[in-house]
Write a protein that binds this ligand. Structure first.
Ligand code: DQA
Length: 145
């Protein structure tokens, strides 16, 4: 199956963005690791980052037609604001895992609510770049079940 990884706003700055919160690994490093992890399990993985809500909505809609079987998403700040992105995931009805580098529950109160968690297969947060790796491991287990 094909897996789609979506990264929300400001994640293009990973590596230099508040490294004490988000770590020093770049998004390119994360994506390269995920491609390799998926390949070893015999699956194809594509990733997409955007700072724009409509671009993420459009990419989710396209996933319905492009053979995507599973979505991994770090909605970043849209986690706490975007009914539109939530509705797009509900519309395509693809299974997804919500990912965060930090643990939003140990941060400001406005990060405690997510528009995605109740629709997600599961949520992985708080492990830095490893959050993506653990989430992909879970997705690959489900795809081979
Ligand atoms: C984040 C957490 C969000 O609250 C924040 O807006 C982000 C990144 C994370 O990966 O820890 O941009 O999703």
């Amino acid at each position: 199956a094909k897996l789609l990884v979506l990264h929300g706003p400001n994640l293009n700055l990973l590596g230099t963005r508040e490294p004490e919160v988000y770590g020093r690994t770049t998004l390119a490093d994360i994506d390269a690791g995920l491609v390799e992890q998926a390949r070893q399990a015999g699956h194809e993985l594509e990733s997409f980052q955007s700072n724009g809500e409509h671009e993420l909505v459009n990419r989710v809609q396209a996933a319905r037609a492009d053979g995507t079987g599973f979505v991994l998403i770090n909605p970043a700040a849209f986690t706490h604001t975007s009914v539109a992105l939530r509705d797009a995931l509900a519309a395509v009805a693809l299974p997804f895992i919500e990912i965060h580098l930090s643990n939003p529950h140990s941060r400001e109160p406005f990060r405690h609510h997510s528009y995605f968690s109740d629709l997600a297969v599961g949520v992985v947060c708080g492990f830095g770049a490893d959050s993506y790796r653990y989430a992909l491991d879970a997705a690959l287990t489900r795809l081979s079940a």
